[in-house]
Design a protein around this ligand. Sequence first.
Ligand code: SAM
Length: 266
Amino acid sequence: MTDVITSAANPRIKRIKGLDLKKHRNESGQFLAEGVKIVLDALERGWKPAALVYAHDSAEDPLIAKAIQLARAQDAELLPVSDGALKKLSHRDNPQSLLGVFYQRWAGVEAIKMLKGLWVGLDRVRDPGNLGTIIRTVDAVGAKGVVLIGDCTDPYAQEAVRAAMGSTFAVKLARATEDEFMTWADLWDGQIVGTHLKATQDYRAIDWQDQCLILMGNEQAGLTPRLGTSCHDLVKIPMRGGADSLNLAVSTGIVLYQAGNALAGA
Ligand code: SAM
């Protein structure tokens, strides 16, 4: 039986807390996910855990016991902690009784070439909440994944993982510089549909192909002109009121569902 960790100054707790910083996530290749269902789903999907942190008095809970069993089978560190130590790690007002430290997964952009289906490309997405919401929507619509282009916020940051509500573990994530993306786009035999406020085509008017990447622009600056040249179609979502533009995650959701429904024949 492992001793209960009661101090937030415990080196193992401090190391996990360090995953709040991108530098430490990059160095370790790890990230933190919170919540019984999310952590258990991730383990059942085969994501490799580095550690499991749980409220010391919750080990008898059947779902947490199952998570502990799955994590132990993969040699993960098992860390029963006090409420105080849990609060230190949690980003929620009501800390969850189970946290998992997992190894990040990145799909190579090259590998995407081989895959069919619907993808989203994000140009320099800055807001982790937007990114998490988009990852969740990509999962909901049954699309394959997200390609992060240029200097993007980290999908494995707590805020992004939280907004994704478990979908981080269900979709593929790839990253590319703009140069790498342009080279890849030249070789890809799928359709690239860019979204742009100055586009003249309505997003409902185009023929969606079964291998398609929807390219979304940065929150402030929109799509770079260079990325715009990689698109076979540029589309716009009509806006009838006075707003200049839609939020990035909202507009991604609207176009994704249009493409997803067209491909599913709905
Ligand atoms: N000031 C930026 C511009 O001029 O492009 C606004 C960027 S907008 C907040 C972020 C991204 O959301 C855009 O680059 C585009 O991909 C998408 N977007 C937002 N509203 C849109 C609309 N009505 N039609 C098509 N795309 C839209």
